[in-house]
Every structure is written in structure tokens, then in C-alpha cells.
Design a protein around this ligand. Structure first.
Ligand code: ADP
Ligand code: TYD
Length: 216
């Protein structure tokens, strides 16, 4: 074993407008000021070839069948796997804005999409050390700025997504459900404490491979 400690793989999940992007950016900044080497990764990564297809689908400029777009989102993670693994081994903590759980949840709330089928192509990606699920009360959600015009940005889909994330949080390992109604800085402090704890724990633990606990 060499002396270099690996970075932690931290995923932030939640419905649209739950504050993920805001919090992920702040986490990376705060980690850096505490001398923890950290990078931000966001999914979908709209900058790649696959990401361009996803972007066009989300903006409703193109259409794809549910299975095909599911596999695109997943491939968008596979194309980043090697880089993520390299960074973690170099000691960089990765703060990841959405991951495979968004992939499974947003696809499987659609009619005729099977949860196990949706999980299958995600297996083999890197397993997060911690998944922070941001949850909001109805009251707080209604106070956040309006949804945009992208696909899935409607109340019905978002409610199904929120319910399925909650169900998943009880079934998967290393999830922490965080009530995120508070102000930006309060939520940040809460998350930072959890992330710092995880960063100090992972040290020399091997990076694991993602699998899913059986879902009913
Ligand atoms: N804790 C908070 N309290 C109030 N508004 C917030 C909070 N966090 C984020 N926002 C605002 O809510 C909107 C969605 O935040 P964002 O971080 O983009 O969420 P997401 O990435 O989950 O879609 C933005 O306008 C942001 O400024
Ligand atoms: C990562 C991922 C996101 N999505 C959806 C969730 C979002 O509605 C949309 C775009 O994600 P994102 O750009 O993170 O949206 P927001 O900032 O509003 O949370 O793509 C999937 O359907 N599958 C996936 O694998």
C-alpha cells in the first residue's frame, strides 16, 4: 500500500431545483480551503458527443425512445469512469452532481420502464462512498424559481421522482437523506460536515463497484 490516500466519491441527488448545483459548487470550494483536493463532476455532462444528444433530448429539440435515452445517460457516465477512477486514486475527492440513481429514477418513473432493466447498464460503474439525497418540503419547492422548459420539468414527474428517491434511500447502502429547506449556508454546513467525515474515512479503502440492492 502506498502512502497516498484516495479521494472520496460523493454523490448529491434530488429532484430538480433541490439545490444540488448550488451545494456541489460550495462543497468543492470549502473542501479546497480545507486543503482537500476536490473536483466537481456533473451528470449529464452535456459537453461530450453523447452529452450533446442528451442536451437536445432534454431541450425537446429531438426525440428518442425511453430505452435509447436511458442508455445515453448511462453511457455518459461510462465515458467518465476511467477519468473518475484515476482522479480518486490520485487523492482527488469528487463531488458529483447527479449519478446513476437519477438515471434509474427518472427513467423508471416512465410508463413501461422496468426498474431492474434500468439498473442493469449502471452496474460496474464506481460505487459512491456517500450519496446525499436533498429533500424539500412542498412549501419550499413552491418557493423556488419556476421550472424551465426542459423535459421532466413538471410537477407530476417531479413528485414521482421525489417518491422514488425516498424509496431508494431506504434500500441502498451509504445514503444520507438531508432536509434541505434551510438557507444555502445552513444546508452547506450540514453537508460539509458529512463530506469531511467521509473524506477522512475512505483513506486506503478500495474503490468499490456499483451494484443495486434488489428493489421490489
Ligand atoms: N437553500 C436554498 N434556499 C433558497 N433557494 C435556493 C437554495 N438553494 C438553491 N436555491 C435556488 O433554487 C434554484 C435551484 O437551485 P440549484 O442549485 O440550481 O438546484 P438543482 O441543481 O437541484 O436544480 C436556484 O435559483 C437557486 O438559487
Ligand atoms: C443524470 C441524469 C439526469 N436525468 C435528468 C434529470 C434532470 O431532469 C435532467 C437534467 O439534469 P440537470 O442538468 O442536473 O438538471 P437540474 O439542474 O434541473 O437538476 O436530466 C436523467 O433523466 N437521467 C440521468 O441519468
Amino acid at each position: 500500500m502506498n502512502g497516498l490516500k484516495r479521494g472520496a466519491l460523493i454523490v448529491v441527488e434530488g429532484v430538480d431545483r433541490s439545490g444540488k448545483s448550488t451545494q456541489c459548487k460550495k462543497l468543492v470550494e470549502s473542501l479546497k480551503t480545507r486543503n482537500v483536493n476536490a473536483n466537481l463532476i456533473t451528470f449529464p455532462d452535456r459537453t461530450t458527443g453523447i452529452g450533446t444528444i442528451i442536451d437536445s433530448y432534454l431541450k425537446q429539440k429531438s426525440n428518442l425512445c425511453d430505452e435509447a435515452i436511458h442508455l445515453m445517460f448511462c453511457a455518459n457516465r461510462w465515458e467518465k469512469k476511467e477519468e473518475m477512477e484515476r482522479l480518486l486514486k490520485q487523492g482527488v475527492t469528487l463531488i458529483v452532481d447527479r449519478y446513476s440513481f437519477s438515471g434509474v429514477v427518472y427513467s423508471s418513473v416512465k410508463k413501461n420502464m422496468n426498474v431492474q432493466w434500468c439498473q442493469e447498464p449502471e452496474k460496474g460503474l464506481l460505487k459512491p462512498d456517500l450519496v446525499l439525497l436533498l429533500i424539500l418540503s412542498e412549501k419550499e419547492i413552491s418557493k423556488r424559481p419556476n421550472y424551465g422548459d426542459e423535459r421532466y420539468e413538471n410537477k407530476e414527474t417531479q413528485e414521482k421522482v421525489a417518491n422514488m428517491f425516498m424509496k431508494m434511500s431506504g434500500e441502498q447502502e451509504d445514503w444520507d437523506v438531508v432536509e434541505a429547506d434551510g438557507g444555502v449556508d445552513d444546508v452547506h454546513q450540514l453537508l460539509l460536515e458529512k463530506v469531511m467525515k467521509k473524506v477522512s474515512e475512505v483513506g486506503h479503502k478500495p474503490i468499490e463497484i456499483l451494484n443495486f440492492k434488489q428493489q421490489s
